[in-house]
Design a protein around this ligand. Sequence first.
Ligand code: SF4
Ligand code: SF4
Length: 381
Amino acid sequence: MSLGLFLPSPTLKVKRNEMATVVAPSPVPAEKKKLHRRAAPDRSQKIRHWVQGAFVVLNGWLGLQFYLWVRFYEHGGTGLYVSRPAGAEGWLPIAGLMNLKYFAMTGHVPQVHPAAMFLFASFLLMSVLLKKAFCSWLCPVGTFSEFLAAVGRRIFGRNMRPWRWADNLLRSLKYILLGLFAAAVAFMSAEALQGFMQTPYGLLADVKMLNFFRDLSLTAVAVLGLLVLLSMLVQNFWCRYLCPYGALMGLVSIFSPVKIRRDAEACIDCGKCAKVCPAALKVDQLVQIRSVECSACLQCVAACPAEDALQFALPARPAATPAQRWYRRSLSPVAVTCVIAYLFFGMVLFARATGHWKTDLPRDVYMQLVPRANQLTHPGM
Ligand code: SF4
Ligand code: SF4
């Protein structure tokens, strides 16, 4: 027997001591809410793109400097010498995780790749405060993914959205990858962590990464080409399905007090926010976005036409009107930029001021190791 027979139907109105009467659906549609158009134009995307651009330039500069530094040692210490840019260690998240665990266990800042730890900690803090803002405001891979998705829309007319079941299945991949890395680090003692970092492989983890991209194998080219194609077809393919770093930032972002919050009274239910959300979140139906997929890109806020309807904000004040509820509660894009800059540069300055920014190894060590970096294998292999 159908369960529906036992459930009250919206088309039946039953009054006490009266027979059930079938009432036709009301011909009068729900009253359309009045739009109070936003007073100021949205600048969030312009500001975010500037921040993304600045970070791409910064990474390009660090990459070039690091390449020149490696070349100096590869050429036997001749040619232009530039000092090793410690900031390049931002590309070593596993080293950052290992060093952070070492620091938590011993209270000592590791001597090898300390910048990786400080940058990793600053990105984690960013996620605790501002959801996954790291992914959509700073990460160059995220920026490149966004660019590829835009190229895809130009070529194919739109980006595709996989079926929900496929999307859920694929999204689990990044957590599996994160779990594998986290488990490997979780079982290492402080001595093992320090020992690993001080092996030639650990010392040159950054050089090995650079060399991977300099000498791409055919397989690597094919995989990267496939990822580029998939990123044009499906928005944020890498970030959404495969990036373990983004997965970790998403898990940490659960604690963020600042979230995308919708004011049901001010909202006119136009659905524009949900339409533009790259994470396919139901922004138009929820009062706050708790999802680990929200990257605080503010594209939903930018698309919203109604004043005070959607904001990246702390919980609302108890007040009668939307304007009062969100007064000094929502974070402007400039404020988001300031918090990001404060956490990023604050951490770098702190590490520099306390003398823990650079890996301090004698030149002789690099002179011996850098030219044979490609022969160094993982100590666990
Ligand atoms: S909910 Fe808004 S801020 Fe979060 S990912 Fe979607 S569009 Fe970006
Ligand atoms: S964009 Fe979203 S939050 Fe803004 S009015 Fe439309 S449905 Fe409401």
